[in-house]
Design a protein around this ligand. Structure first.
Ligand code: SF4
Length: 362
């Protein structure tokens, strides 16, 4: 087996065998890895172009009812000061994103499903739509909910939803979550979201304790099986106030970064027309991590536009970048990164996933 033959197979539209995906994901630095990145970048140019889509993330609350073993804002972490940004402030941050030309926002928070939370989001989505004159695209990243709740938010005007499966293997999922967190429920939520009509995104953490390369290969096939429109994968980064931290005493940033980039490249080669995020976690591992993600096949960047005084409260992992930046300086940096990567930022555009429109016609 060699990288060129597997890449050729994927370029011709065939689905590779698991060992072939594992071969690509295990490539060490060298010529074959360069071939992988280059082929993924060509696939990106062919199917989604060299435009970077922006989503301004507003982390509006770190209150969470769940207790995932890897997450810095899990319910059981009492070292976190909890916050919820007042409704009017969330609204004005979203409208600022519109003024900055970002084109779309992501409302992200810890998970709650009480009526107060559900109706807050419903109102926010309606108001953002109304006050931006329908210009701003709205993605939600607010966890597992009932079909009825997803439908309420969709009818209010949200059109994209991000819900990472975190691990597509139920056994691995069970190792990184408490027993009352259900993999089946989470997977079913992805189906509900797609059926309702959301552009649906998922993803996993890469380089987790207990995770093998075969798990990651199967994760990528899971995205394909679930017909996902958007993928957001981030290298796992330890947060010391979490139970999973003790399972990774030998954290190696370079290894994590490399797996993050290879997974983007392989996902681009296989899924072709989906949106793929170059995540903040890549930037946390390397100052040029986000740009490296773009060159490996990603086409979406999600700048944090949460008001800066709140950001320290939303540390999902150690060393999260941009905590002290304001939105404007973050965007300036992004422009420089885009230029140096030979890419162009698409301003004032929703940046929808071409895959969504292709599957809607099926
Ligand atoms: S990963 Fe999400 S659901 Fe899990 S504890 Fe963190 S914020 Fe809550």
């Amino acid at each position: 087996m060699n990288a060129a033959s597997v890449i050729k197979k994927m370029q011709s539209g065939l689905t590779p065998e698991i060992p072939e995906l594992v071969y690509l994901l295990d490539l060490p630095e060298g010529d074959e890895l360069k071939q992988l990145y280059s082929a993924a970048y060509q696939t990106k140019l062919k199917y989604v172009g060299n435009k970077i889509h922006l989503r301004g993330i507003i982390e509006f609350s770190n209150i969470c009812t769940k207790n995932c073993y890897y997450c810095g804002i899990r319910r059981g972490n009492h070292n976190v000061t909890r916050y919820q940004i007042p409704e009017e402030d969330i609204l004005s941050q979203a409208l600022e994103a519109d003024q900055l030309g970002l084109g779309s926002v992501v409302l992200q928070s810890g998970e709650r499903s009480d009526e107060e939370f559900v109706s807050l989001i419903e109102r926010l989505v309606r108001k953002i739509k109304e006050k931006s004159g329908g210009r701003l695209g709205i993605t939600l990243s607010t966890g597992e909910q009932s079909r009825e709740t997803y439908l309420r938010w969709f009818k209010a005007g949200a059109h994209r939803f991000l819900l990472r499966i975190e691990a597509s293997d139920p056994e691995l999922y069970a190792k990184i979550h408490p027993a009352d967190h259900s993999w089946e429920k989470r997977k079913n939520c992805l189906t509900l979201l797609s059926d309702i009509g959301y552009q649906t995104g998922t993803g996993v953490m890469l380089g987790l304790p207990f995770q093998t390369t075969e798990h990651i290969a199967k994760d990528i096939l899971f995205y394909q099986d679930m017909n996902m429109d958007m993928i957001g994968m981030g290298p796992y980064i330890v947060h010391e106030d979490t139970p999973l931290a003790k399972e990774m005493p030998d954290f190696d940033p370079q290894r994590q970064l490399l797996m993050g980039l290879k997974a983007i490249a392989v996902t681009r080669l296989l899924l072709k027309d989906v949106n793929i995020a170059s995540t903040t976690a890549l930037q946390a591992l390397h100052p040029d991590g986000r740009k490296m993600g773009l060159l490996a096949g990603a086409n979406v960047i999600m700048p944090n536009i949460t008001e800066s005084r709140r950001r320290a409260g939303y540390l999902l992992y150690k060393g999260k970048p941009g905590v002290n930046d304001d939105s404007l300086s973050g965007l300036e940096l992004l422009k420089q990164e885009a230029e140096s990567a030979g890419e162009e930022i698409l301003w004032n555009d929703w940046g929808d996933s071409p895959h969504y429109f292709a599957r809607s016609k099926q």
